[in-house]
Design a protein around this ligand. Structure first.
Ligand SMILES: Nc1ncnc2c1ncn2[C@@H]1O[C@H](COP(=O)(O)OP(=O)(O)OP(=O)(O)O)[C@@H](O)[C@H]1O
Ligand SMILES: [Mg+2]
Length: 356
């Protein structure tokens, strides 16, 4: 018997600074299939670091996104991602208190761990493990004003946000699934680069730096006196490959990678020292459009001396959508896909984490 799921077919929406992306996934006899996906670009300045700076334009673009996908996405329920910089998460061990005392204890724990006033945050939690005496709890605090902006924006286009989660959770779900191999995920986006360490199947630590695809494009444009579109093309065609265009683009870009490499090493070191010494990071996976750059895998694996790959999420490709949802597309749609999978992989009662 199929139990009615009120949030069935909720879709994922990833709002980045330069793009809005939507994915709807459905469970079929063949497994999880991509049923719909689409993206619309956003002009610079409308969204900055996830914050809506120009509400009218953001609404226009969100309307366009839904219009483009009209007929394929019928559910009003959306699952959205919140940039890491606007969230805090922490796994804590707590005494297994009776429910009436637990909420207060969780609030107290959050106050100890998060460097912000809880008045400005939405605090939620979910139970990861429980035994007779101890609970393992995932605490999550999200910037209240950002979340309220998103809720209003979606309501304005007759959609309802049912879940907002840190971007790293969605990416982990899409790329690693249930894997427990200690892994560093690097998302090389247009406006930022985010690192997430996943160990024991949980995002343990995240960090975001300003290293971005757009910054690289603008550098090429400036140094080679090109228009932005031409510079974008040069970056895509030649990347870090020393053999292409006599290595001119690589020579321009390579110094920009030093702070990224340094930061990756610091994060690995920090994790090794402060978290789980018994579980060293065994592999690095890349996602985000920047992970398609020519030569980036060779460069990073030689520099970091770790295995680097782009895992392709296991999705059965719907006949109509399959050919369009290429492996390259998946790398930019990873967040939206992970959000959509939350609706498909988890039952509604598990989806609603408790708000304190
Ligand atoms: N083949 C390629 N070589 C180099 N860079 C590429 C390539 N393809 C895409 N990119 C870059 O990837 C970036 C876009 O990545 P992505 O789509 O993951 O960003 P985003 O999710 O919109 O932004 P963010 O996650 O930073 O908010 C752009 O800067 C683009 O130039
Ligand atoms: Mg992104």
């Amino acid at each position: 018997m199929k139990i009615f799921n009120p949030f069935d077919r909720a879709h994922g929406v990833d709002i980045s600074d330069f793009m809005m992306r939507l994915v709807e996934a459905r469970t079929t006899k063949k497994g999880i299939e991509i049923f719909a996906f689409h993206e619309v670009p956003i002009d610079p300045g409308i969204i900055q670091e996830g914050e809506i700076k120009n509400y009218a334009k953001a609404k226009e673009q969100l309307e366009r996104l839904y219009k483009k996908i009209n007929g394929r996405v019928n559910s009003p329920f959306a699952i959205v991602a919140v940039p890491e910089r606007k969230t805090f998460t922490k796994v804590v061990q707590m005494d297994a208190l009776p429910p009436a005392e637990l909420a207060e204890a969780i609030r107290w724990e959050a106050e100890q761990h998060f460097p912000v006033s809880l008045e400005e945050m939405y605090l939620t939690w979910s139970l990861l493990q429980t035994s007779e005496k101890k609970h393992t709890i995932l605490l999550s605090a999200t910037d209240k004003s950002l979340l309220e902006q998103y809720i209003e924006l979606f309501a304005d286009v007759q959609k309802h946000i049912i879940i907002a989660e840190p971007e790293s959770f969605a990416i982990q779900r899409a790329l690693l699934g249930q894997s427990t191999i200690p892994t560093l995920i690097i998302d090389l986006g247009a406006s930022k680069t985010s690192l997430a360490i996943v160990s024991r199947g949980i995002v343990q630590y995240t960090s975001t730096i300003s290293f971005s695809g757009r910054e690289l494009t603008l550098l090429i444009a400036k140094e080679l006196n090109l228009k932005e579109e031409q510079a974008e093309r040069a970056k895509t065609l030649f990347g870090l490959n020393p053999k292409k265009s006599k290595g001119v683009v690589r020579d321009l870009l390579i110094d920009k990678f030093s702070p990224l490499v340094q930061h990756i090493n610091e994060v690995l070191q920090y994790y090794q020292t402060n978290f789980d010494q018994s579980q060293p990071i065994q592999k690095i996976v890349l996602c985000g459009g920047g992970s398609q750059m020519e030569g980036i895998h060779t460069f990073l694996s030689e520099t970091l001396r770790l295995e680097i790959n782009n895992p392709i999420p296991l999705i059965n490709k719907n006949k109509k959508m399959g050919s369009k949802f290429t492996e390259k597309k998946v790398l930019s749609f990873t967040t939206a896909l992970g959000l959509a999978l939350r609706s498909e992989l988890q039952k509604p009662f598990q989806m609603l984490s408790k708000t304190v």
